[in-house]
Design a protein around this ligand. Structure first.
Ligand SMILES: Nc1ncnc2c1ncn2[C@@H]1O[C@H](COP(=O)(O)OP(=O)(O)OP(=O)(O)O)[C@@H](O)[C@H]1O
Ligand SMILES: [Mg+2]
Length: 348
């Protein structure tokens, strides 16, 4: 196996009460990689994380760590720590003692504890808070303590299960940047779970998109965004227009009643396909200049752009544009070949 693979999930499956929750899941995680498991609620993200942490054993399949089979190795014997959404800090202990807790259990000498905890407090920007009680810390500060506590014994992998879920949007954004910095500063592997696509795209080296216990796509944020492999990924990653089409021949697709040049090839002649067009990739033009024409149904200002719904031959297109149009107006829609993404038909 590639030598920088630190964790390999090899065909892992599990069922609860007869319901398959993860189905032959295989995934390689590389040393110092920031990997995000992304998918809707219930798709199996936490379950996957628990395999890696050792809190759960798959019914079949193996978990490898540095190439060694650790499927049945308990959590405390793995070089892995976890940060949970509910931070599970000790309310009766102060910040220093919360971070020091695991070291004290391991009977680490006092001067070493001082040094290690001090380092962590520095890392998460909590200097001056050492003797504060947890109850007197804000949500964001508590999250920092939880991260420091999970990192203090220098795990090789940190698992983070929706660690920012309880924070408000502004704080979430700040902590995203912080977490990325911490990961890079420590050169360790992060496996991060979220159902927030923007968070996944911002922070990760690699995004693993999951649905219904099955990996839909693994790739860089750019890959996932620009080249979604199926309609599920396209829809989950960005708001997309997904419409049925027919691929007549290489570089020629038909949808919404019109033929379009596109950049895709390699389909069967007249194969039925899913066509994905992102709302920001559709241009609003005067009706006679468009590839399609429709009627503006609604216009909502979204801060940076206007979101318009445009009805065209029974289909409603979502369009994002910095230019507004009047509801009821007739408009042309222009879609360039590069903006048309053709996908194999999927059940999703
Ligand atoms: N111990 C269990 N017993 C029974 N069912 C379980 C158990 N653990 C998880 N499940 C089920 O497995 C599925 C996947 O759960 P999991 O917690 O991995 O989802 P998730 O992707 O983390 O979702 P969320 O985003 O809501 O946290 C769910 O349908 C859940 O109800
Ligand atoms: Mg979960």
């Amino acid at each position: 196996m590639e030598d920088n693979v630190i964790v390999r999930l090899d065909n892992c499956s599990i069922a609860f009460d007869g319901e398959t929750v993860l189905n032959n899941l295989s995934l390689d995680i590389h040393d110092e990689e920031f990997v995000t498991l992304l998918g809707p609620s219930g798709c199996g993200k936490t379950t996957t994380l628990r395999f890696i942490g050792g809190f759960l054993t798959p019914d079949s399949g193996r978990v490898l760590f540095d190439g060694k089979d650790v499927t049945h190795v308990p959590p405390y014997k793995r070089e892995v720590n976890t940060v949970f959404q509910r931070y599970a800090l000790f309310p009766h202990l102060n910040v220093f003692e919360n971070i020091a807790f695991g070291l004290r259990l391991k009977k680490v000498p006092e001067n070493e504890i001082k040094e290690l905890v001090g380092e962590m407090i520095e890392l998460v920007n909590l200097r001056g808070f050492e003797s504060r009680k947890i109850g007197a810390m804000s949500g964001g500060q508590q999250q920092r303590v939880a991260i420091a506590r999970a990192l203090v014994n220098k795990p090789r992998i940190l698992l983070l299960d929706e660690p920012l879920g309880a924070l408000d949007l502004k704080l979430r954004k700040d902590m995203q940047v912080e977490l990325k910095r911490i990961q890079q500063q420590l050169d360790i592997t992060f496996v991060y779970v979220t159902h927030d696509q923007e968070e996944a795209l911002t922070m990760s080296d690699t995004v693993v998109v999951m649905n219904d216990g099955i990996i839909q796509q693994i790739g860089t944020p750019e890959d996932i965004y620009n080249e979604p492999r199926n309609a599920f990924v396209a829809d989950f990653i960005g708001e997309s227009n997904i419409i049925e089409g027919i691929m007549h021949e290489d570089y020629l697709v038909q949808f919404a009643g019109e033929k379009f040049k596109c950049v895709d090839k390699g389909f069967e002649k007249d194969e039925f396909v899913d066509v994905v067009v992102r709302p920001e990739d559709i241009q609003i033009v005067t009706p006679n200049k468009g590839d399609l024409w429709g009627v503006v149904k609604s216009v909502v200002f979204k801060g940076v752009h206007f979101e318009m719904l445009i009805e065209q031959a029974g289909y409603t297109w979502k369009v994002h544009s910095t230019q507004s149009a009047e509801p009821g107006a007739q408009v042309g829609l222009k879609i360039g070949p590069d903006e048309i993404h053709i996908m194999k038909r999927s059940e999703a």
